[in-house]
Write a protein that binds this ligand. Structure first.
Ligand SMILES: N[C@@H](CCC(=O)N[C@@H](CS)C(=O)NCC(=O)O)C(=O)O
Length: 225
């Protein structure tokens, strides 16, 4: 375990997948940190606006006075600063591919995933098929492995895990949609089970019931917008 460093602070939000993945990395590395929870749906704190004036979003990591933004970049910073329990692959090709798929998830899957949550009953089947087509790419990647990172949790597991099973799937569950059925996605279901067996993952993911309620609130806000 590392000594508590001067000023390791995370400004996050309990239901934010981008914050959840940063907490997973800090816990995996054994980095002690102070955590401030933002209720950004109600009001953004002056601290958040001061630290992230560009996007005004969580998470924000402050380390020894340096402000870091954007969760994937924060994960890379954590990996390079605390080198125990590496999360990014060492091999340059594997590293590039982990970044490729992480970008795919945060851009493509997040966009169509949230879009599927606001579809009407009439168009939900088409939206479901669209999401399933995209996540089949991840099923093909995980099929032979326990984790995207190989034998244990890594960068891509944190990115995919925080977004799909522990965020979007909570919304799909609230809507009564079985988006990742085990017969279609056996690899992803096995991987989700593996993730849930990891203590730091369990410590970082939102409580299921509370999260489903929260996702339904988000769906309502998105529909009203
Ligand atoms: N690309 C950013 C996304 C962060 C993000 O979207 N955070 C959301 C919470 S899940 C947020 O702070 N939203 C506030 C807002 O949109 O005003 C990252 O990876 O850190």
């Amino acid at each position: 375990m590392a000594e508590k460093e001067e000023g390791v602070k995370l400004i996050g939000s309990w239901a934010s997948p981008f914050s959840r993945r940063v907490e997973m990395a800090l816990k995996l590395k054994g980095v002690p940190y102070d955590y401030l929870d933002e209720n950004y749906l109600v009001v953004k704190s002056p601290l958040l606006l001061q630290l992230n004036p560009i996007y005004k979003k969580v998470p924000v990591l402050v380390h020894n006075g340096n402000v870091l933004l954007e969760s994937q970049l924060i994960l890379e910073y954590i990996d390079q600063t605390w080198t125990n329990n590496p999360i990014l692959p060492e091999n340059p090709y594997d590293r590039a591919m982990a970044r490729f798929w992480a970008k795919f998830v945060d851009e493509q899957v997040v966009a169509i995933g949230f879009r599927s949550l606001v579809k009407s009953e009439k168009s939900i089947d088409i939206a479901t098929e669209e999401v399933q087509q995209q996540i089949m790419n991840l099923e093909n990647l995980i099929r032979e492995k326990d984790f995207f990172g190989g034998e244990t949790i890594g960068f891509l597991d944190m990115v995919v895990g925080s977004i799909i099973p522990f965020c979007l799937a909570r919304g799909w569950e609230g809507m009564g949609i079985d988006m990742i059925p085990v017969d279609k996605f056996p690899g992803l279901n096995r991987w989700i089970k593996n993730l849930k067996e990891i203590e730091i993952v369990r410590e970082c993911i939102p409580d299921r019931e509370k999260h489903i309620e929260h996702m339904m609130k988000i769906v309502k806000l998105m529909r009203a917008a």
